[in-house]
Design a protein. Structure first.
Length: 99
């Protein structure tokens, strides 16, 4: 089936920057599928992406990994990671939860 995932916002508790604000983005992975939000320059610990993705769910028991990254010139730093079972997101009317 198809799962519509909306990445709305984050309230981050970890900051990887010392002298400036973070430039966060998210990476979502399910099996061989990989999605990426846009980078929000200077959004700091309260980014608001408001982006939607259509994910092909082949097995409801699959894990979905969501990583919040801080984009830097040379590399990106991991801010946080969450792993969620696709079954937790697949309800008839949808859910509105923080992960």
């Amino acid at each position: 089936g198809r799962l519509r995932l909306e990445v709305l916002e984050a309230k981050l508790t970890r900051d990887t920057e010392v002298f400036s604000k973070m430039d966060p983005y998210c990476i979502i992975e399910v099996r061989e599928q990989k999605f990426r939000t846009r980078t929000l320059d200077g959004a700091g610990k309260t980014p608001k992406w408001n982006q939607a993705f259509e994910i092909d769910v082949r097995y409801i028991g699959d894990d979905m990994t969501i990583k919040v990254m801080d984009e830097d010139v040379s590399s990106s730093d991991t801010v946080g990671t969450a792993t969620i079972k696709c079954s937790a997101l697949c309800s008839g009317s949808g859910i509105d939860e923080w992960f």
